[in-house]
Design a protein around this ligand. Structure first.
Ligand SMILES: Cc1ncc(COP(=O)(O)O)c(C=O)c1O
Length: 402
Protein backbone atom coordinates (compact mmCIF):
# COMPACT_ATOMS: atom_id res chain seq x y z
CA UNK A 1 0.00 0.00 0.00
CA UNK A 2 1.47 3.33 -1.02
CA UNK A 3 1.16 6.67 0.79
CA UNK A 4 -0.54 8.30 -2.22
CA UNK A 5 -3.46 10.48 -1.12
CA UNK A 6 -4.62 11.83 -4.45
CA UNK A 7 -3.53 13.02 -7.87
CA UNK A 8 -4.60 16.50 -8.88
CA UNK A 9 -3.79 19.00 -11.60
CA UNK A 10 -1.04 21.32 -10.29
CA UNK A 11 -2.83 24.52 -11.27
CA UNK A 12 -6.56 23.84 -11.51
CA UNK A 13 -6.77 21.36 -8.62
CA UNK A 14 -8.97 19.07 -10.72
CA UNK A 15 -8.89 15.45 -9.62
CA UNK A 16 -7.12 12.91 -11.86
CA UNK A 17 -7.83 9.17 -11.85
CA UNK A 18 -4.63 7.15 -11.85
CA UNK A 19 -4.04 5.31 -15.13
CA UNK A 20 -6.48 7.38 -17.19
CA UNK A 21 -5.40 10.20 -19.51
CA UNK A 22 -4.93 13.33 -17.40
CA UNK A 23 -7.47 16.08 -17.92
CA UNK A 24 -5.16 18.98 -17.06
CA UNK A 25 -5.06 21.90 -19.52
CA UNK A 26 -1.82 22.89 -21.36
CA UNK A 27 0.57 24.52 -18.89
CA UNK A 28 -0.96 22.43 -16.11
CA UNK A 29 -0.04 18.83 -15.21
CA UNK A 30 -1.07 15.98 -12.91
CA UNK A 31 0.75 15.87 -9.59
CA UNK A 32 0.80 13.14 -6.94
CA UNK A 33 0.08 14.13 -3.33
CA UNK A 34 1.00 11.89 -0.41
CA UNK A 35 -0.33 11.46 3.09
CA UNK A 36 2.85 12.96 4.54
CA UNK A 37 1.58 13.11 8.13
CA UNK A 38 0.95 9.33 8.14
CA UNK A 39 4.29 8.77 6.43
CA UNK A 40 6.10 10.90 9.04
CA UNK A 41 4.56 8.77 11.83
CA UNK A 42 5.39 5.43 10.25
CA UNK A 43 8.75 6.07 8.61
CA UNK A 44 11.91 7.82 9.65
CA UNK A 45 14.60 9.22 7.35
CA UNK A 46 17.26 7.18 9.21
CA UNK A 47 15.55 4.01 7.91
CA UNK A 48 16.54 5.01 4.37
CA UNK A 49 20.11 3.83 4.88
CA UNK A 50 18.77 0.24 5.23
CA UNK A 51 17.22 0.48 1.77
CA UNK A 52 18.78 -0.41 -1.58
CA UNK A 53 21.46 1.71 -3.25
CA UNK A 54 18.96 2.72 -5.91
CA UNK A 55 16.05 5.15 -6.13
CA UNK A 56 13.85 2.44 -4.58
CA UNK A 57 15.24 3.34 -1.14
CA UNK A 58 12.63 6.16 -1.36
CA UNK A 59 9.69 3.80 -1.93
CA UNK A 60 7.43 5.54 0.67
CA UNK A 61 7.60 8.69 -1.46
CA UNK A 62 6.84 6.84 -4.71
CA UNK A 63 3.39 6.11 -6.18
CA UNK A 64 3.64 2.32 -6.42
CA UNK A 65 1.78 -0.38 -4.47
CA UNK A 66 4.50 -3.02 -4.55
CA UNK A 67 8.06 -1.65 -4.67
CA UNK A 68 9.39 -5.21 -4.25
CA UNK A 69 8.06 -5.89 -7.73
CA UNK A 70 9.68 -2.86 -9.37
CA UNK A 71 10.81 -2.97 -13.00
CA UNK A 72 14.32 -2.10 -11.88
CA UNK A 73 17.77 -2.12 -13.45
CA UNK A 74 19.47 -0.58 -10.41
CA UNK A 75 18.79 3.07 -11.34
CA UNK A 76 19.48 6.10 -9.17
CA UNK A 77 21.73 6.69 -6.12
CA UNK A 78 24.21 8.34 -8.46
CA UNK A 79 27.22 10.04 -6.87
CA UNK A 80 27.77 13.71 -6.18
CA UNK A 81 31.33 14.28 -7.35
CA UNK A 82 33.63 17.00 -5.98
CA UNK A 83 34.91 19.10 -8.89
CA UNK A 84 37.43 21.57 -7.44
CA UNK A 85 39.44 22.14 -10.64
CA UNK A 86 36.39 22.94 -12.76
CA UNK A 87 34.96 24.96 -9.86
CA UNK A 88 38.16 27.01 -9.67
CA UNK A 89 38.14 27.61 -13.43
CA UNK A 90 34.54 28.80 -13.31
CA UNK A 91 34.93 30.85 -10.12
CA UNK A 92 32.74 28.57 -8.00
CA UNK A 93 35.23 26.79 -5.72
CA UNK A 94 32.64 24.66 -3.89
CA UNK A 95 31.14 23.29 -7.11
CA UNK A 96 29.89 19.70 -7.12
CA UNK A 97 28.32 17.67 -9.94
CA UNK A 98 25.67 14.97 -9.59
CA UNK A 99 26.53 12.39 -12.23
CA UNK A 100 23.35 10.98 -13.72
CA UNK A 101 25.37 9.41 -16.53
CA UNK A 102 25.80 6.37 -14.23
CA UNK A 103 22.18 5.33 -14.75
CA UNK A 104 21.55 2.12 -16.77
CA UNK A 105 20.72 3.79 -20.09
CA UNK A 106 23.19 6.62 -19.47
CA UNK A 107 20.84 9.44 -18.46
CA UNK A 108 18.49 10.64 -15.71
CA UNK A 109 15.55 9.62 -17.93
CA UNK A 110 15.79 6.14 -16.38
CA UNK A 111 14.33 7.42 -13.12
CA UNK A 112 11.05 8.54 -14.65
CA UNK A 113 10.76 5.57 -17.00
CA UNK A 114 11.44 3.06 -14.22
CA UNK A 115 8.90 4.40 -11.73
CA UNK A 116 6.26 5.05 -14.40
CA UNK A 117 6.71 1.64 -16.07
CA UNK A 118 6.39 -0.04 -12.67
CA UNK A 119 3.19 1.83 -11.84
CA UNK A 120 1.64 1.49 -15.29
CA UNK A 121 2.13 -2.29 -15.13
CA UNK A 122 0.34 -2.27 -11.76
CA UNK A 123 -2.52 -0.37 -13.42
CA UNK A 124 -2.80 -2.87 -16.26
CA UNK A 125 -1.65 -0.49 -19.02
CA UNK A 126 -0.50 -2.47 -22.07
CA UNK A 127 0.99 0.00 -24.60
CA UNK A 128 2.73 3.29 -23.96
CA UNK A 129 3.67 5.95 -26.52
CA UNK A 130 5.57 9.24 -26.47
CA UNK A 131 7.74 11.62 -28.47
CA UNK A 132 11.29 11.87 -27.24
CA UNK A 133 14.38 13.65 -28.51
CA UNK A 134 16.16 10.35 -27.85
CA UNK A 135 17.33 9.82 -24.31
CA UNK A 136 13.86 9.16 -22.91
CA UNK A 137 13.19 6.89 -25.90
CA UNK A 138 16.19 4.75 -25.01
CA UNK A 139 15.21 4.66 -21.34
CA UNK A 140 11.57 3.83 -22.11
CA UNK A 141 12.58 1.03 -24.48
CA UNK A 142 14.61 -0.59 -21.72
CA UNK A 143 12.13 -0.11 -18.86
CA UNK A 144 9.08 -1.03 -20.94
CA UNK A 145 10.89 -4.29 -21.72
CA UNK A 146 11.64 -4.76 -18.04
CA UNK A 147 7.98 -4.17 -17.13
CA UNK A 148 6.52 -6.18 -20.02
CA UNK A 149 4.83 -3.16 -21.65
CA UNK A 150 4.62 -2.48 -25.37
CA UNK A 151 6.46 0.73 -26.21
CA UNK A 152 6.04 3.05 -29.20
CA UNK A 153 8.87 5.60 -29.48
CA UNK A 154 8.52 8.56 -31.84
CA UNK A 155 12.05 9.95 -32.23
CA UNK A 156 13.62 12.72 -34.36
CA UNK A 157 15.49 11.65 -37.49
CA UNK A 158 18.78 12.94 -36.03
CA UNK A 159 18.43 10.66 -32.98
CA UNK A 160 21.81 9.61 -31.63
CA UNK A 161 22.91 6.01 -32.33
CA UNK A 162 23.07 4.95 -28.66
CA UNK A 163 19.44 5.94 -28.03
CA UNK A 164 18.35 4.36 -31.31
CA UNK A 165 20.04 1.06 -30.42
CA UNK A 166 18.51 1.08 -26.92
CA UNK A 167 15.08 1.68 -28.39
CA UNK A 168 15.26 -0.77 -31.31
CA UNK A 169 17.07 -3.63 -29.60
CA UNK A 170 14.87 -3.52 -26.53
CA UNK A 171 11.98 -4.22 -28.86
CA UNK A 172 10.28 -0.81 -28.86
CA UNK A 173 8.30 0.06 -31.98
CA UNK A 174 10.71 2.80 -33.09
CA UNK A 175 9.51 5.45 -35.53
CA UNK A 176 11.68 8.34 -36.74
CA UNK A 177 9.93 11.58 -37.62
CA UNK A 178 10.82 12.90 -41.03
CA UNK A 179 10.22 16.65 -40.68
CA UNK A 180 9.96 19.33 -38.03
CA UNK A 181 10.05 18.13 -34.43
CA UNK A 182 7.30 20.51 -33.32
CA UNK A 183 4.80 18.20 -35.07
CA UNK A 184 5.72 15.24 -32.85
CA UNK A 185 3.44 16.13 -29.90
CA UNK A 186 0.23 16.49 -31.94
CA UNK A 187 1.07 13.26 -33.80
CA UNK A 188 1.32 11.35 -30.51
CA UNK A 189 -1.92 12.97 -29.29
CA UNK A 190 -3.70 11.75 -32.42
CA UNK A 191 -2.32 8.20 -32.02
CA UNK A 192 -3.54 8.17 -28.41
CA UNK A 193 -7.04 9.13 -29.56
CA UNK A 194 -7.14 6.52 -32.29
CA UNK A 195 -5.32 3.62 -30.67
CA UNK A 196 -6.03 4.10 -26.97
CA UNK A 197 -2.32 3.92 -26.15
CA UNK A 198 -1.14 5.55 -22.91
CA UNK A 199 0.82 8.80 -23.41
CA UNK A 200 3.93 8.93 -21.22
CA UNK A 201 5.18 12.18 -22.77
CA UNK A 202 6.67 14.86 -20.52
CA UNK A 203 4.09 16.01 -17.90
CA UNK A 204 1.31 14.00 -19.60
CA UNK A 205 1.04 11.60 -16.65
CA UNK A 206 2.17 11.92 -13.01
CA UNK A 207 4.58 9.01 -12.52
CA UNK A 208 7.64 10.15 -14.43
CA UNK A 209 7.75 13.29 -12.29
CA UNK A 210 7.78 11.10 -9.18
CA UNK A 211 10.68 9.03 -10.51
CA UNK A 212 12.69 12.15 -11.33
CA UNK A 213 11.87 13.54 -7.91
CA UNK A 214 14.33 11.02 -6.48
CA UNK A 215 17.17 13.23 -7.80
CA UNK A 216 16.12 15.85 -5.25
CA UNK A 217 15.70 13.26 -2.48
CA UNK A 218 19.22 12.00 -3.16
CA UNK A 219 20.74 15.49 -3.23
CA UNK A 220 19.34 16.15 0.25
CA UNK A 221 20.36 12.80 1.72
CA UNK A 222 23.81 12.74 0.08
CA UNK A 223 24.58 16.25 1.33
CA UNK A 224 23.74 15.15 4.90
CA UNK A 225 20.20 16.57 4.86
CA UNK A 226 21.26 19.99 3.67
CA UNK A 227 20.79 21.66 0.28
CA UNK A 228 23.22 23.48 -2.00
CA UNK A 229 22.73 27.22 -2.50
CA UNK A 230 22.32 26.91 -6.26
CA UNK A 231 21.17 24.17 -8.64
CA UNK A 232 22.03 24.46 -12.33
CA UNK A 233 19.92 22.27 -14.61
CA UNK A 234 19.92 21.76 -18.41
CA UNK A 235 16.26 22.16 -19.24
CA UNK A 236 14.00 20.91 -22.00
CA UNK A 237 10.40 20.20 -20.99
CA UNK A 238 11.14 21.12 -17.37
CA UNK A 239 10.25 17.81 -15.74
CA UNK A 240 13.59 17.19 -14.03
CA UNK A 241 13.93 20.60 -12.41
CA UNK A 242 10.30 20.78 -11.30
CA UNK A 243 10.61 17.29 -9.83
CA UNK A 244 13.69 18.18 -7.77
CA UNK A 245 11.87 21.10 -6.12
CA UNK A 246 8.84 18.90 -5.40
CA UNK A 247 11.22 16.60 -3.53
CA UNK A 248 12.63 19.45 -1.43
CA UNK A 249 9.14 20.65 -0.49
CA UNK A 250 8.01 17.16 0.53
CA UNK A 251 11.16 16.68 2.63
CA UNK A 252 10.54 19.99 4.42
CA UNK A 253 6.91 19.06 5.09
CA UNK A 254 8.05 15.71 6.49
CA UNK A 255 10.57 17.49 8.72
CA UNK A 256 13.42 15.51 7.11
CA UNK A 257 14.95 18.76 5.85
CA UNK A 258 14.96 21.94 7.94
CA UNK A 259 12.51 24.54 6.58
CA UNK A 260 14.41 27.29 4.80
CA UNK A 261 15.07 28.93 1.48
CA UNK A 262 15.19 26.64 -1.54
CA UNK A 263 18.31 26.65 -3.73
CA UNK A 264 18.41 29.23 -6.51
CA UNK A 265 17.33 27.45 -9.68
CA UNK A 266 19.38 28.33 -12.75
CA UNK A 267 17.99 26.60 -15.83
CA UNK A 268 20.07 26.49 -18.98
CA UNK A 269 19.12 25.90 -22.61
CA UNK A 270 20.82 25.92 -25.99
CA UNK A 271 20.46 29.32 -27.71
CA UNK A 272 18.83 27.43 -30.61
CA UNK A 273 15.90 26.33 -28.42
CA UNK A 274 15.50 28.69 -25.48
CA UNK A 275 11.77 29.29 -24.91
CA UNK A 276 12.14 29.36 -21.11
CA UNK A 277 15.03 31.84 -21.30
CA UNK A 278 13.01 34.06 -23.63
CA UNK A 279 10.07 34.03 -21.21
CA UNK A 280 12.34 34.69 -18.22
CA UNK A 281 14.01 37.63 -19.94
CA UNK A 282 10.62 39.05 -20.95
CA UNK A 283 9.41 38.70 -17.34
CA UNK A 284 6.35 36.66 -18.34
CA UNK A 285 4.97 33.55 -16.63
CA UNK A 286 4.75 31.22 -19.63
CA UNK A 287 6.82 30.27 -22.68
CA UNK A 288 5.68 30.53 -26.29
CA UNK A 289 6.38 28.06 -29.08
CA UNK A 290 10.01 28.27 -30.22
CA UNK A 291 9.86 28.26 -34.00
CA UNK A 292 13.42 27.83 -35.25
CA UNK A 293 14.88 24.80 -33.55
CA UNK A 294 18.66 24.65 -33.98
CA UNK A 295 20.30 22.33 -31.45
CA UNK A 296 22.70 19.40 -31.80
CA UNK A 297 21.29 15.85 -31.75
CA UNK A 298 20.25 14.80 -28.23
CA UNK A 299 18.10 16.44 -25.56
CA UNK A 300 16.82 19.99 -24.97
CA UNK A 301 14.59 20.01 -28.06
CA UNK A 302 11.38 21.00 -26.29
CA UNK A 303 10.02 23.79 -28.48
CA UNK A 304 6.98 24.25 -26.22
CA UNK A 305 8.08 23.15 -22.74
CA UNK A 306 5.04 21.73 -20.95
CA UNK A 307 6.52 22.60 -17.54
CA UNK A 308 7.10 26.26 -18.44
CA UNK A 309 4.77 27.83 -15.88
CA UNK A 310 5.92 25.69 -12.96
CA UNK A 311 9.56 26.25 -13.89
CA UNK A 312 9.24 30.03 -14.23
CA UNK A 313 7.47 30.11 -10.87
CA UNK A 314 10.30 28.24 -9.15
CA UNK A 315 12.89 30.47 -10.82
CA UNK A 316 11.05 33.54 -9.54
CA UNK A 317 10.52 32.16 -6.02
CA UNK A 318 14.17 31.15 -5.65
CA UNK A 319 15.63 34.30 -7.20
CA UNK A 320 17.07 32.13 -9.95
CA UNK A 321 17.54 32.68 -13.66
CA UNK A 322 17.31 31.13 -17.11
CA UNK A 323 20.37 31.37 -19.32
CA UNK A 324 21.02 30.38 -22.93
CA UNK A 325 24.32 29.14 -24.26
CA UNK A 326 25.50 28.64 -27.85
CA UNK A 327 26.09 25.07 -28.99
CA UNK A 328 29.75 25.89 -29.54
CA UNK A 329 30.22 27.22 -25.99
CA UNK A 330 28.30 24.28 -24.51
CA UNK A 331 30.53 21.76 -26.26
CA UNK A 332 33.68 23.67 -25.26
CA UNK A 333 32.50 23.70 -21.63
CA UNK A 334 31.83 19.96 -21.79
CA UNK A 335 35.31 19.16 -23.04
CA UNK A 336 36.71 21.50 -20.38
CA UNK A 337 34.98 19.38 -17.71
CA UNK A 338 36.44 16.22 -19.21
CA UNK A 339 39.87 17.84 -19.31
CA UNK A 340 39.83 19.25 -15.79
CA UNK A 341 37.92 16.55 -13.91
CA UNK A 342 37.98 13.32 -15.94
CA UNK A 343 34.19 13.30 -15.93
CA UNK A 344 32.40 12.53 -19.21
CA UNK A 345 29.11 14.46 -19.36
CA UNK A 346 26.95 14.94 -22.44
CA UNK A 347 26.92 18.33 -24.22
CA UNK A 348 23.50 19.24 -22.76
CA UNK A 349 25.36 19.49 -19.44
CA UNK A 350 27.78 21.89 -21.12
CA UNK A 351 24.92 24.42 -21.24
CA UNK A 352 24.88 24.29 -17.43
CA UNK A 353 28.65 24.51 -17.01
CA UNK A 354 28.81 27.51 -19.34
CA UNK A 355 25.55 28.82 -17.88
CA UNK A 356 27.08 28.82 -14.39
CA UNK A 357 30.09 30.69 -15.74
CA UNK A 358 27.74 33.33 -17.16
CA UNK A 359 25.65 33.47 -13.97
CA UNK A 360 28.81 34.12 -11.94
CA UNK A 361 29.99 36.80 -14.39
CA UNK A 362 26.61 38.54 -14.21
CA UNK A 363 26.45 38.38 -10.39
CA UNK A 364 23.39 36.09 -10.37
CA UNK A 365 25.50 33.60 -8.40
CA UNK A 366 28.43 34.47 -6.15
CA UNK A 367 31.64 32.53 -5.64
CA UNK A 368 30.85 31.77 -1.98
CA UNK A 369 27.59 30.03 -2.87
CA UNK A 370 27.70 26.24 -3.10
CA UNK A 371 26.58 25.30 -6.61
CA UNK A 372 25.50 21.86 -7.82
CA UNK A 373 25.31 21.09 -11.55
CA UNK A 374 23.02 18.27 -12.59
CA UNK A 375 24.95 16.23 -15.12
CA UNK A 376 21.87 14.70 -16.66
CA UNK A 377 23.61 12.25 -18.96
CA UNK A 378 26.80 10.55 -20.05
CA UNK A 379 28.90 11.74 -22.96
CA UNK A 380 28.83 8.10 -24.12
CA UNK A 381 25.33 8.77 -25.43
CA UNK A 382 26.49 11.78 -27.46
CA UNK A 383 29.82 10.75 -28.96
CA UNK A 384 28.91 11.94 -32.51
CA UNK A 385 28.25 15.46 -31.17
CA UNK A 386 31.83 15.94 -29.94
CA UNK A 387 34.46 17.39 -32.29
CA UNK A 388 36.76 14.67 -33.66
CA UNK A 389 39.45 14.19 -31.02
CA UNK A 390 43.07 14.92 -31.99
CA UNK A 391 45.50 12.03 -31.53
CA UNK A 392 48.81 10.68 -32.80
CA UNK A 393 49.41 7.39 -34.60
CA UNK A 394 52.36 5.04 -34.62
CA UNK A 395 53.45 2.28 -37.02
CA UNK A 396 53.27 -1.28 -35.61
CA UNK A 397 56.67 -2.06 -34.04
CA UNK A 398 57.62 1.65 -33.90
CA UNK A 399 58.63 3.38 -30.66
CA UNK A 400 56.36 5.40 -28.42
CA UNK A 401 57.79 8.81 -27.61
CA UNK A 402 56.45 11.49 -25.26
C1 LIG B 1 20.56 14.77 -21.34
C2 LIG B 1 19.34 15.59 -21.09
N1 LIG B 1 19.38 16.55 -20.16
C3 LIG B 1 18.31 17.32 -19.86
C4 LIG B 1 17.11 17.15 -20.55
C5 LIG B 1 15.95 18.04 -20.15
O1 LIG B 1 14.96 17.30 -19.53
P1 LIG B 1 13.68 17.92 -18.83
O2 LIG B 1 12.53 17.57 -19.71
O3 LIG B 1 13.59 17.23 -17.53
O4 LIG B 1 13.83 19.38 -18.72
C6 LIG B 1 17.01 16.18 -21.55
C7 LIG B 1 15.80 16.01 -22.36
O5 LIG B 1 15.40 16.87 -23.10
C8 LIG B 1 18.14 15.36 -21.81
O6 LIG B 1 18.10 14.38 -22.73
Amino acid sequence: MSYVKDIICWKSGASVTDGTPAICEPGDFPEVHYDLSRLAKEFDRDKLSHGPSSLWRYWPLLPVDDPDNAATLGEGWTPIVQTPALGKALGSPQLVIKDEGRNPSGTFKDRGACVAATRLRELGIKTIVHNSSGNAGGAWGMYAKRAGLNCVNLLPNDVLPASLCQSVYSGADTILLDGEWKHSGPMVAEAVQKMGWFNVGTFKEPHRLEGKKTMGLEIAEQLGWTLPDVIVYPTGGGLGAVAIYKAFRELMTLGWLPKGPLPKLIVTQYAGCAPVVKAFEAGVDHADLWEDLDVPPGGLKSTRPPGDQALLKIIKETNGAAISVTTEDAIAATTQAIDLEGLFPCPEVGTSIEGLRKALAQGMVTSDEKALIMSTGSGLKSVPVFPTPKFRTVEAGGSLSP
